[in-house]
Design a protein around this ligand. Structure first.
Ligand code: FAD
Length: 391
């Protein structure tokens, strides 16, 4: 058994890669263990929208911190996440406006570049938009999207440059615990020891912690993305999300757009086995989203379908991550449960987890809000929206 590793990180998605990088950067000996390849799971299938609109202060600050890293990625991390600053519009119905105003004020108070715009101003910013049913919108000029596989790969590469070992094609079968302390992992390629283990395996995380009797409240829920080709005259658009439409829309290279649902009912699409589910988009979803898109962007009546895919959200009961130490086992940590909005927060999660692992728990740290204990003590993270990816 190898014992010279400080920390084993299980999972090569955005969280595992970002945590491995941040630990290696701070001088720890790290091994990243991934059953397939970097970004093989939901990270690689993510719509990777990077917006700042959250209704609680901690996640808003995490989104802002992460945005600054995406904007300065080559300096802070190294490499290219292919970040596109398109701008982001969140459109509200009349009944959402008061809450939207309060959220925008909260976001401005933490330094986020966002403002409330009228439907007419939204139309000026986004000329192809129909403002039917829109009472106001939040506009974030600095938001956009990135390439999720390129981002996770850049983090993993930089972790390796800083001395981390990447064990790809290696599946963790169980956690090893001795006298109340984690000692390593058993994999299909042998046993690896470490002083600490971080489970960052997305929807597979509960399967890993169950090997030592810890039940994480994370559901694997199928989320579909439909892709459409824009007509030639629809050259560019921002990232858009709307409460009336209950969809998000973001541009994609090749004159395409990606469309997904923001309905809280997404949590009901639970799959029993994250290794075996329908990865294709359903025909009726393609048809339904195309109607909603054409209502919001009438020019899309001349758009065409270009397929799509399905992947998994790892959803917790309050749609927020589980970050931090797991109870009862010294040295065991979790960074999972991004609940369909975790890509954009990955850069901040990596920094926060590295800080926690190196310096230990601090009473006033932001990360405490995401501790697993909240589900035992009944203190779910509260946002101002009904629970969903909007947060
Ligand atoms: C279709 C879709 C669209 C999304 N859109 C957005 C968006 O627009 N904006 C946003 O912010 N977020 C979005 N999300 C959410 C975001 O992508 C996820 O929260 C984030 O990518 C999760 O990253 P992760 O590192 O926690 O986990 P994952 O990406 O799930 O990575 C976990 C890794 O662990 C590996 N693994 C699993 N079990 C084992 C094992 N036993 N041994 C070794 N390795 C193992 C897996 O192979 C996988 O690579 C979207 C998600 C989906 C599915």
């Amino acid at each position: 058994m190898t014992t010279s590793t400080d920390v084993i990180v299980v999972g090569g998605g955005i969280n595992g890669a970002s945590i491995a990088f941040n630990l290696a950067k701070r001088g720890l000996k790290v091994a990243l263990i991934e059953k397939d390849f970097i970004a093989a799971g939901p990270t690689g299938r993510s719509s990777a929208i990077i917006r700042q609109h959250y209704s609680n202060e901690v996640t808003a600050r995490m989104a802002l911190r992460s945005l600054r890293i995406f904007q300065n990625f080559d300096d802070v991390v190294g490499g290219d996440p292919d970040f596109h600053q398109t701008g982001f519009l969140l459109a509200a119905r009349p009944e959402d406006v008061e809450q939207l105003k309060a959220n925008v004020a909260l976001q401005q108070s933490v330094g986020i570049n966002t403002r409330l715009v009228s439907p007419e101003e939204a139309k000026e910013l986004e000329p192809h938009l129909s403002i039917e049913g829109i009472a106001a919108a939040a506009y974030e000029p600095e938001s956009g999207y990135a390439d999720p596989a390129a981002t996770a790969t850049a983090y993993a590469r930089r972790a390796r440059d800083l001395g981390a070992t990447l064990r790809l094609g290696t599946r963790v079968l169980s956690l090893q615990v001795e006298k109340g302390r984690v000692t390593g992992v058993v994999t299909d390629k042998g046993t690896f020891g470490a002083g600490a283990v971080v489970v960052a395996a997305g929807p597979w995380s509960p399967l890993i912690t169950e090997t030592i009797g810890i039940r994480l409240p994370i559901k694997a829920s199928r989320h579909q993305v439909a892709v459409y080709r824009r007509p030639a005259e629809f050259e560019r658009h921002m990232v858009y999300a709307g409460f009336a439409d209950e969809i998000y829309i973001r541009p994609e290279t090749g004159h395409l757009m990606l469309v997904g649902s923001i309905e809280p009912e997404e949590a009901e699409n639970e799959v029993p086995n994250p290794d075996n589910f329908n990865e294709r988009v359903d025909f009726d979803v393609v048809a339904e989203f195309s109607e909603r898109v054409a209502r919001r962007y009438p020019v899309m009546e001349r758009g065409t379908s270009a397929g799509g895919w399905a992947s998994l959200y790892d959803i917790t009961p309050d749609w927020h991550h589980i970050l931090g130490a797991l109870p009862g086992v010294e040295g065991l940590y979790c960074a999972a449960g991004g609940s369909g909005h975790g890509f954009k927060l990955g850069p901040a999660v990596g920094e926060m987890m590295a800080d926690l692992i190196i310096n230990g728990e601090k009473p006033d740290a932001d990360i405490n809000m995401f501790n697993f204990r909240r589900f035992v003590e009944g203190e779910s993270v509260s946002g101002k929206y009904e629970y969903s990816i909007v947060g």
